[in-house]
Design a protein around this ligand. Structure first.
Ligand SMILES: Cc1ncc(COP(=O)(O)O)c(C=O)c1O
Length: 453
């Protein structure tokens, strides 16, 4: 074929997409809902809600059990969803995709089923200072149980991983696992998984990727990432709660012991012993979240229709817009890398006001954000705070909502004016808004100290 192929990415039309989401038909405190907490969970479009209802009304039965028509229909839908997920992350085979309750269960599955058998004294599990507790606590726990040790890849001053530290780690033991999120839920940092996968494999280690904040927002190719496991959750990508997926390399999944034991995951059970079924059945004990898995498939259809690249671009623009606006606003401390190296997540603190109070002030304006440690207490310790505020965006977010967020922050700042202020140190990943820096007589933000969830 002659000529240069030019692909034009259709721009996402967020105001139009909002009409798919019934939740936006309501008002909160008399104001339109500005939902800026999609990193914790996203809302559901009619297409997914309708699919759930239709499935229950026309095709529901337990799967892989009955030989009657309805069960076969339900099984076809359930397995069809698995195929859709496999295509969505470019898995070599749908049989390598295991339905789990969410990213947390997927990561626990790997930590228990792989880690308990393969880790021991002298071994190292390498995680990062950026991990969500779901990809930190299981490894810390399994390392302790097996006598292995945990090592941390540190953050640099912009809130990104400092890979310069990698060289020293193998001198301290056998690196067996590297576990990292592709996108940080707390700072929005996009992590260099391809590099880490190559490094992990050079050490003879497996690479485990927490994809909870990545799969909803950017195109995923597990083969290009070079990882061995990839976990993600439906509820963060327009799908139902209580279902997620774990992709794993077939030979690893085959070599692993099961995680949950019971019905469906067996080949043969006698009074003396049990043998396991094939992957993925081996990891799907008991009745699965069947309708939710089917709804997950519908969510993936929806994201494909919108266009995952367009979603990524839209969120990137929103992140740049909000960082720009906040940088012009006085009294804001921003955390994390510049817009071109982060996803649609903006963490910040406001001088003098505890994050929970900021979130409450904003709620009165109809603006929903998250305030807390974001299940990243080690990261909060590194940042020198107990909590931050976090605004996170999705395909239905519009710039006007960010304007309302920033206006709400101004209100909060005006309300706090006159309070005494205490200077603080400036740890990793922090930048003061330009407007704050330019007020040279103004002391900096107080570190939040109130206990927080
Ligand atoms: C980066 C990251 N990993 C894991 C999880 C856990 O996801 P789930 O609660 O759906 O299991 C979250 C949830 O916020 C997350 O942001």
């Amino acid at each position: 074929m002659g000529g240069v192929a030019v692909t034009t990415q259709a721009k996402l039309d967020a105001p139009r997409l909002r009409a798919d989401f019934p939740i936006f038909e309501q008002q909160i405190h008399g104001k339109p809902l500005a939902y800026l907490d999609s990193a914790v969970s996203t809302h559901k479009p009619r297409q997914v809600l309708d699919k759930l209802r239709t499935f229950y009304e026309t095709s529901y039965a337990n799967v892989h059990r009955g030989v009657y028509t309805l069960s076969e229909r339900a099984t076809a839908e359930y397995e069809g969803a698995r195929e859709k997920l496999a295509r969505f992350i470019n898995a070599p085979s749908a049989r390598e995709v295991v339905f789990v309750r969410g990213a947390t269960e997927g990561l626990n599955l790997v930590a228990y089923a792989w880690g308990l058998v393969n880790l021991g004294p002298g071994d190292l599990v390498v995680v990062t200072e950026l991990e969500h507790h779901s990809n930190f606590v299981p490894w810390q726990y399994i390392a302790k149980r097996t006598g292995a040790e945990l090592r941390m890849i540190p953050l640099d001053d912009s809130g990104e991983l400092d890979l310069g530290e990698l060289d020293s780690i193998p001198r301290e033991g056998n690196v067996k696992v590297v576990a990292n999120n592709l996108v940080s839920n707390a700072l929005g940092t996009i992590n260099p998984i391809e590099k880490l996968s190559a490094w992990a494999h050079a050490q003879g280690a497996i690479m485990v990727v927490d994809g909870a904040q990545a799969a909803p927002h950017r195109a995923i190719d597990v083969q290009a990432l070079g990882c061995d496991f990839f976990a993600f959750s439906a509820h963060k990508m327009c799908g139902p709660t209580s279902v997620g997926a774990l992709w794993g390399r077939r030979e690893l999944l085959q070599s692993m012991e099961p995680f949950n034991l019971g019905g469906h995951m067996i080949r043969k059970v006698t009074f003396e012993e049990t043998t396991w079924g094939e992957v993925p059945a081996k990891f799907e004990a008991g009745t699965q979240p069947i309708a939710e898995a089917v709804g997950f498939g519908a969510a993936v259809d929806y994201l494909n229709d919108v266009g995952v690249d367009a979603i990524e671009q839209h969120e990137h623009e929103l992140a740049a817009y909000s960082l720009g606006k906040m940088a012009e606003s006085p009294g804001i401390t921003l955390y994390g890398p510049p817009a071109d190296r982060r996803a649609g997540i903006v963490s910040f603190n406001l001088d003098e006001i505890h994050p929970h109070d900021v979130a409450q002030i904003l709620d009165m304006e109809g603006v929903a954000i998250r305030a807390g440690h974001h299940c990243c207490q080690p990261l909060m310790a590194k940042l020198g705070v107990a909590a931050t505020n976090r605004a996170s965006f999705y395909l239905y977010t519009i710039p006007e909502e960010i304007d309302r967020l920033v206006e709400g922050l101004h209100k909060g700042t005006r309300a706090a004016t006159g309070c005494s202020r205490t200077p603080t140190r400036r740890p990793t990943g922090r930048t003061r808004s330009a407007a704050t820096r330019s007020r040279s007589s103004s002391p900096s933000a107080r570190t939040a100290t109130r206990s927080t969830r």
